[in-house]
Design a binder for this molecule. Structure first.
Ligand SMILES: Nc1ncnc2c1ncn2[C@@H]1O[C@H](COP(=O)(O)OP(=O)(O)OP(=O)(O)O)[C@@H](O)[C@H]1O
Ligand SMILES: Cc1ncsc1CCO
Ligand SMILES: [Mg+2]
Length: 268
């Protein structure tokens, strides 16, 4: 079934009623933002990265989100253990290759993690998706220097190689799986002035894939809700500090009617 306003709302209701536990191994910059976004959506976040406990924790979690934003060797050990165990236990993995392409360390770690345990869903901006697919893409640290459509071929290639869903975020978001592509036109440019909105999108996808076994749908639903909440929040404020707060409030109060009226989703 193609994703639609109705299927988005069905998953939002599932998340609100089930409050799935989402294990996050994520970066120090966004830990608070993404935990609050998961709570506002209705999920139950836990930021757990110590190598000594990640394997035990994934046993009780419904999905694993791995984000390489503030990478260090201890985090990498935790990521390897958690991803391997998640694979074994058939728990979905969502991977965010923050800043890949910027340094050889990020490239090596990302490729090794993907080879160790192929994620269910990968979400990055255009530069990150292109770098991950092996293109020598220009990147400016954690920000993209390309429009999202520039990474479509790379996303298709990654999806074929790892067998999972690939999301390219940006002004338009693309969700790619095999021969399927969905385009989401929601969002607002002010969202790029709040740190970690991409990381937040990845975390929200973690909640959707925890309640929906169709990973393509889950990724589309997560990106739609992200974009809709950002767009509605930006109608209430012109500045990034209050956008961050308004985004959480909007997410918490999101209704089926708002989704229906705001969603800009094209299934290709
Ligand atoms: N120019 C834009 N116009 C409208 N919405 C946008 C724009 N850029 C980003 N967004 C929104 O912000 C979300 C986050 O995407 P973005 O590509 O900026 O992530 P990112 O670069 O990975 O961010 P970060 O690394 O800070 O987490 C997108 O899914 C989209 O909803
Ligand atoms: C700013 C920043 N630096 C490393 S991770 C991160 C959060 C946005 O990706
Ligand atoms: Mg990012």
């Amino acid at each position: 079934m193609s994703p639609s306003a109705q299927s988005i709302w069905k998953d939002v209701e599932q998340i609100r009623s089930q409050a799935p536990l989402i294990q996050n191994i994520t970066n120090f910059v966004v830990m608070n933002n993404t935990a609050n976004a998961l709570l506002a959506l209705g999920a139950s976040p836990a930021m757990v990265h110590a190598p000594d406990e990640v394997e035990d924790f994934i046993a009780i979690a419904s999905a694993l989100v791995v984000n390489i934003g503030t990478l260090d060797p201890n985090f990498v050990t935790g990521m390897r253990l958690a991803m391997k165990r998640a694979k074994l236990l058939k728990k979905p993995i969502v991977f965010d290759p923050v800043g890949v392409g910027a340094t050889p360390y990020r490239n090596q770690v990302s490729r090794a993690l993907l080879d160790l345990a192929a994620p269910t869903i990968i979400r990055g901006n255009a530069s990150e998706i292109m770098a991950l697919a092996g293109l020598n893409a220009q990147t400016k640290g954690v920000d993209s220097t390309h429009g999202s459509e520039a990474a479509l071929d790379s996303a298709r290639q990654l999806s074929r190689h790892f067998g999972g869903v690939v999301v390219i975020s940006g002004a338009d978001d693309y969700v790619v799986y095999q021969d399927r592509v969905a385009v989401i036109g929601n969002g607002h440019p002010l969202m790029t002035k709040v740190t970690g909105m991409g990381c937040t999108a990845t975390a929200l996808i973690g909640a959707f894939v925890a309640v929906n076994p169709d990973a393509f749908q889950a990724a589309v639903h997560g990106m739609c809700v992200m974009g809709i909440a950002g767009e509605l929040a930006a109608r209430k404020t012109p500045s990034p500090g209050s956008l961050q707060v308004s985004f959480l409030d909007t997410l918490y109060q999101l209704t089926a009617d708002q989704i229906q009226k705001t969603v800009k989703l094209t299934n290709q």
